[in-house]
Design a binder for this molecule. Sequence first.
Ligand code: DGJ
Length: 730
Amino acid sequence: MNLLLRYSSRAAVICMLALKTFTADAQSTVIPIETKNNAIVLRVGDDKRLSMVYFGGKLANQSEYSAVPKVTKLDRYDNVYNSAYTTSGTHNLLEPAIEVTHADGNKSLELQYVSHKFTKLNDDVSLLSINLKDSLYNFEVTLNYQTYFNENVTEQWSVITHHEKKDVVLNKYASANLYVQADSYWLKHYHGEWAQEMRPEDEQLNHGIKTLDSKLGSRADIFQPPVFMVSLNKPAGEDDGQVLYGNLEWSGNFRIDLEVDPANGLRLIAGANNYAANYTLKAGVAFETPKFVYTLSNKGKGEASRNLQSWARKYKIVDGQGPRLTLLNNWEATYFDFNDAKLTALLKDTKTLGTDLFLLDDGWFGNKYPRNDDHAGLGDWQVNKAKLPNGIGNLVKVAKENSVKFGIWVEPEMVNPKSELYEKHPDWIVKQPNRPEFYMRNQLVLDLSNPTVQNFVFGVVDKLFVENPDLAYIKWDCNALMYNAYSPYQKNQGNFYTDYVRGLYSVLDRLRAKYPKVPMMLCSGGGGRVDYGALKYFTEYWPSDNTEPIERVFIQWEYSYFYPALASSNHVTDWGKQPIKFRTDVAMMGKLGFDIVVSKLKPEELAYAQGALKTYKEFSEAIWHGDQYRLQDPRTNDAASIMYVDSAKNNAIMFNYLVNNRYQAGSHLPIKMKGLQEDKQYEVSEVNLMPGHNSSIAAATYSGKFLMTVGLNPDVRDGRNSVLIAVRGK
Ligand code: DGJ
């Protein structure tokens, strides 16, 4: 149960008497926020300022939280360094969480505690809301901490309102302001580019500010995703060390400041990026920031990942506890070059292969400007009559006749200059009025801050469902970032970046209200837009266009720190030179799909792929909803190893890959499994072999204790570069 304790000055004295160890702080109110393993302790000082005095492992005796401020006291600047929401323009000289320009032009803000309210939403979820007000201006902020007790996860956001005589401008408006104290801080963050997503970098944080941010507008994380981890005192291992994971739930510009202050504390300020985004706020309107989600583990990265993954499945991703559809996609099989006959053949191949769904990708629309390549047609969502004279409805029908489902690709936020939409509605497009246009992938972004454009985008997707009630899947792409960020609709351009994302979410809210569970893939020219703000509306995401399997082992590995496997759309394609077995085995570590020409497979390759789909079905419960354990890191080993265990600890699967091609590279020692039941017997055998191939591993039965203590060598080496081990409980 989540607990909130408030210690009045009298209660604090009583605590002091009971504990006898600490001197009571007669003036302070202490507000602990607990999850299963952790506690955040907030303190209201005698000056009514709110600070965060503790974030770490929780105490057995809740009354001891009142003593925390005594031992964690900083110095004469106390209440500034560790402010729970740092203001600006008064006595704070450090990085603020909030910066405002009042109606009269004054830029000072001093927030004081007024009240707090604790609401238990269910057995697991609680919400603490703390109201803060400025004493001079009619300006207030409510800090919200929503805790997920069993998952050790907190979502934090702020709601800003004012009742001043004129508009107020918000110059900075963070979601969360955390304060952590440790000897040293070790940051792991990511950079990337198209097909190079999630490249990690590790560094020790020194004094000063390290900022992780994005200024790309849409597809915000192509260069830098909004996920990171900070280890405290030493770099955390998979099963040891204290580590904090964070992710801003926002599909637009973000900014995460990590400041090691003069007292050696870590001030973490996360929110939407205020770059070119001074937000004009009317009196009486609540400005709600995005949520910042975080989890703290005292037992290393593995536990932190499992915390976030189970939280995401339970509370965030659409149908996170439901099944996923395997599919055949035509993108790399045909690109834009297809017609009814070709697609009918592919629909038959979908059945032959044994996947659940056929996904028709880009190129099915546009008539005046047919979408035959990426230069034209985007925005004109009418079926291309030359390619598909019988319409989408006919394809859905053929799919049904072949007992497979049908899904379709859209990119409704975008427009090619060569399109009817561009000709008809230049005022719907994000671009500078008097400057040359500048394109990414020959396209521009529609102005989703405009409600008329929101209606259009909603209508594009809604029409597909209305006309084709059996439509079973949407791939929602977003290939351009924003150049020339200017909205013809906005009066205050500073509101644009924020209102764009809000407009996008409003469209997605409407779609989800009407089609709550239809699977939708979040794609962005690869993984350019993966965050929990967007994933609230999607069942899965596209991690990268790079599907070369060795690359993919690394990319999926890094995503796995923050996102659950069932959300990772992994397609088998022809990228690279690895055999179909390696490509499929890697894709099976998430939501499996294929994007190959099935009719060109050799008989043994087809038989292998069909068998792999059966193996996938057998272990899908473990992969989709089980616990994931990263056993051996591809960055520091010849062989990468990762395993998934179902929640009953009955069925598990271990994936092993050779990621180094040097002489004699391989798995030379047994790899210790994790997550099994010690006293249970498991039958262990290699699965997913190519037809006619034998395993070098004899099937045998071992106890869970044996597999987790001694381990098992998957015998990964040249010639066996991809090895799947089934672990079946007896
Ligand atoms: C980019 C996506 O990442 C690809 O999978 C494909 O859908 C293309 N867009 C289509 O234009």
